[in-house]
Write a new protein. Structure first.
Lengths: 84, 566
């Protein structure tokens, strides 16, 4: 289940934040925010995606650049809301 | 002792010649910015001094001396000339903050081109608008960003050359050209284009309330202001290691991330990575940065991680801290004193002013939350919004206005002289910002005088967002405003009325957000979308953005008698 969750987020990141012919690799440990693949403004659309997909409300104090920096970090964040 | 010494003394006895003399500006008929930022420093015997310390996301570091900067910018200049690019052509730089960005900036100027740096996060529509307006002849980019260029190239007949600085021949499409700055044969000497002081140099696009973004055109003699403000406001000296965190897609990144520090012969640093407080502190510690020029948004993000995060690093090298982009709140000034043992100094200027015009100086008493005082050589005041007469009463809010004539003032908007002319009244340049002046002569920022959204220190035009929103299949009507935000001062909020058959839901909200992010830029992406039945309009059908903004900010709504449907 956790793998499905990871793959779902990885697919979304690739589709929405990378160019079609991008050579960049994204896996569960790829830094997204600190590498600039997803900038801090675009983090909001990533947060909205997680909230919509998993029917949760992530409070602002949990929506830090670190919490969204890797797919693994996002999975851990979702666990706090009982999404696994 | 700071470079500026006594502010009052300097302000009262100032002539821009002070700067021109130090720079030896115009010696042997040379006015080209690029010469003063590279060749001249080498001629002064500083060829082996490090000009640029670049660090990538992975931690890799590359150092470039002033001799490297001279030779590699020569390489660019010769390459562009050989391609048939001629003086006066507009050449866009569209890439992340890699060394080629900074060095090609000088290379373009060396061969007489007008450099047009654009923020690499711009989407294809934002890119198209700016390249089309400038009738740009060439673009220098990378594999990562060329996809956006390819998708719009057919619509840009003036764009003759697409140059990639990191591509192999086999990755090119059509007539694209690969150019390796460091792989090309070294051009040790290049005849620098003999620009006049008033020859156009840099074209920076900026957003307004209405219409398309406007290209603020600067000239080579802007360096007179950029050099002396770097020395007196950033307080840079020969031994400093500077870090200007701004992207050269915006004016701060060129005036103080390239021209100011390099014309003064100091070492500057670049961190090509996204925001991360530990990375930032680690970068300062590693390179022993002494002068740090950043933005309130970044400072407020650092504040979120607390003083404890700061104390894990040895940041004792820091000597002077300056901030730009939006008003620096008093809390941030006070926090920086606790965190770094020194305050951030707020500075105020615009794309159009080309250099800092109002600021807090090293050694001068800071009033936390204030913009400070006008730079020597700048006559600044606030004027009445209707008569444009200077306001004499301290504390009264008016429009910030500057007496024209400082060296880095923009000379026009590209292809838009009427818009340029509209920025002046009563023989003053009207900045479009509201402020008051206290009894001690300190300026206090109040807000914009128009609907332009200042998000994270970047100006975003509501019209551009609204036009793009209408291109989404589901959107019938739209309005974009700035919404208050703790970190970014403002973020974009959109009001959207849907076409029949579409249902407002989270899926659609996400679809619209991503649509704008890719089309324009992450900055322009609405952070919130409110779906409405219809938008308030005047009798003539114009959407009442003012009303939506007033409601959002909890302000008095004012006269709504002209509303059609209230």
């Amino acid at each position: 289940m956790a793998e499905d969750l990871k793959n779902l987020i990885i697919d979304y990141v690739k589709r929405e934040y990378l160019e079609e012919d991008s050579e960049e690799e994204v896996n569960e440990n790829t830094p997204l925010i600190s590498s600039g693949i997803v900038d801090s403004f675009s983090m909001v659309s990533l947060k909205t995606f997680l909230e919509k997909k998993f029917n949760v409300k992530i409070p602002d104090d949990k929506a830090t650049p670190e919490a969204f920096d890797t797919v693994n970090n996002m999975v851990n964040l979702l666990k706090e809301f009982n999404v696994t | 002792m700071s470079n500026i010494g006594s502010y009052e003394e300097k302000y009262n006895n100032f002539d821009w010649k002070v700067s021109a003399t130090e720079l030896e500006y115009g010696k042997d008929g040379m006015y080209n910015i690029a010469y003063y930022c590279s060749d001249r420093i080498v001629e002064k015997g500083l060829g082996d001094k490090v000009a640029l310390i670049w660090q990538g996301f992975s931690g890799a570091v590359r150092n470039y001396t002033y001799r490297d900067i001279k030779i590699y910018s020569n390489n660019f200049a010769k390459f562009l000339s050989d391609l048939g690019i001629v003086p006066g052509d507009r050449i866009c730089i569209f890439m992340d903050r890699i060394p080629e960005l900074f060095i090609s900036f000088l290379g373009i100027l060396k061969m007489g081109g007008i450099t047009q740096p654009l923020f690499s996060a711009f989407g294809e529509e934002a890119l198209f608008t700016r390249l089309d307006d400038a009738q740009t002849k060439a673009i220098i980019t990378t594999k990562k960003h060329v996809g956006k260029v390819r998708r719009i190239r057919e619509k840009l007949p003036a764009l003759e050359k697409v140059i990639l600085v990191d591509a192999d021949q086999q990755k090119l499409k059509g007539d694209e050209i690969a150019f390796g700055m460091e792989q090309a044969p070294k051009v040790n000497e290049f005849p620098v284009f003999k620009a006049e002081a008033e020859t156009p140099s840099v074209l920076h696009y900026t957003s307004g309330t209405t219409g398309k973004p406007k290209g603020a055109m600067h000239v080579h003699s802007s360096i007179i202001a950029q050099y002396i403000t770097a020395k007196w406001v950033l307080d840079i000296t020969t031994d400093d290691i500077c870090w200007c965190t701004a992207d050269p897609g915006w004016v701060t990144g060129t005036s103080y991330g390239i021209i100011g520090p390099w014309s003064a012969g100091v070492t500057q640093t670049v961190l090509d990575a996204g925001f991360n407080s530990e990375k930032w502190y680690g970068f300062i510690q590693k390179h022993k940065i002494t002068v740090w020029y950043t933005a309130p948004t970044a400072i407020r993000l650092l504040m979120k991680d607390g003083v404890e995060a700061v104390k894990k690093y040895d940041l004792s090298s820091l000597r002077h801290l300056i901030s730009v982009g939006e008003p620096l709140n008093a809390e941030a000034v006070i926090w920086s004193e606790e965190a770094f043992d020194k305050p951030f100094h707020d500075s105020y200027w615009q794309t159009e002013t080309g250099a800092i015009v109002i600021t807090n100086y090293p050694g001068m008493k800071i009033k936390p939350g204030s913009m400070g005082k006008p730079f020597p050589g700048i006559t600044a005041t606030v004027v009445d919004q209707k008569t444009f007469e200077p306001i004499k009463t301290p504390g009264t809010v008016g429009l910030i206005a500057l007496k024209p004539g400082w060296p880095s003032m923009f000379r026009t908007y590209w292809n838009n002289k009427s818009m340029y002319d509209s920025k002046f009244a009563n023989n003053l340049y009207i900045c479009g910002d509201r402020a008051s002046i206290d009894a001690d002569g300190y300026f206090w920022f109040v807000g914009r005088d128009d609907d332009v959204i200042n998000t994270g220190g970047h100006l975003v035009g509501p019209f551009e967002i609204e036009s793009a929103l209408l291109e989404h299949d589901a959107v019938a009507e739209s309005a974009a405003i700035g919404k208050p935000d703790q970190v970014n001062m403002e973020v974009v909020k959109a009001f959207v009325a849907l076409k029949p058959g579409y249902e407002a839901n989270a899926d659609l909200e996400l679809s619209i957000m991503n649509f704008i992010r890719k089309k324009l830029s992450p900055l322009a992406m609405p952070q919130e979308i409110e779906f409405v039945e219809s938008l308030p309009k005047t009798r003539s059908g114009k959407i009442m953005r003012r009303l939506l903004k007033a409601k959002e900010w909890g302000q008095e709504i004012g006269d709504v008698s002209t509303l059609e449907n209230d």
